[in-house]
Ligand binder design. Structure first.
Ligand SMILES: [Zn+2]
Ligand SMILES: [Zn+2]
Length: 187
């Protein structure tokens, strides 16, 4: 879905789009849509740039980092983005450079904004960097691969990741003080 900027009203363009199932191609992304997104917003002209504000509502699933099971998410993602024309010189006399062309500015082409790309990118950016089905997810057994949330296995018990840092520290202390006897009192 593209939003045409050809007939931009002076006071901004409002848009709303409810995606149909299968309309968005998520094959290159790390999430699976459960409910196709609903996008609402407005586009305003700010100089030669377009400012897109609004929100995306959607539900999707993504994989838990520990147990690799799909975790459902419902999200409302606020958007506030700047779009610059691909050729900033077009239709403008004088200077043609966009001031400090920073990375937050997306590009639009042929007087239209690619809403699909916008939505997919915003969902991708909203994925938490560390994704867990629950804080105490026990993950998979590193030895036999069983799902430890659901069954026990006979393998050596893996260290709870929350205690791993402490265990590492204890190892370091042992290594640093190899000759100290704990029974000897201080003088
Ligand atoms: Zn998990
Ligand atoms: Zn095991």
């Amino acid at each position: 879905m593209y939003i045409s900027l050809v007939r931009m009203p002076a006071d901004g363009l409002r848009f709303e789009h409810r995606y149909a199932t299968g309309e968005l191609d998520t094959s290159n992304h790390e999430f699976e849509l459960v409910e196709p997104p609903n996008v609402t917003g407005r586009i305003d002209r700010t100089g030669i740039e377009m400012r897109v504000r609004g929100e995306i509502k959607t539900s999707f699933t993504a994989m838990c980092d520990r147990c690799l099971i799909d975790v459902p998410f419902s999200l409302v993602i606020p958007i506030d983005l700047l779009y610059a024309p691909e050729d900033p010189g077009a239709g403008r006399s004088g200077e043609t450079e966009i001031h400090d062309r920073d990375l937050d500015i997306s590009i639009y082409d042929h007087d239209q904004i690619d809403l699909d790309a916008l939505v997919l990118e915003q969902i991708e950016l909203s994925l938490p960097s560390r994704l867990l089905c629950s804080e105490d997810c026990r993950g998979l057994c590193p030895e036999c691969g069983v799902l430890l949330n659901e069954e026990e296995c006979g393998c050596k018990k893996p260290v709870d990741p929350r205690w791993q840092a402490l265990a590492d520290l204890a190892d370091q202390v042992k290594l640093n003080k190899p000759n100290e006897s704990p029974d000897e009192p201080d003088n």
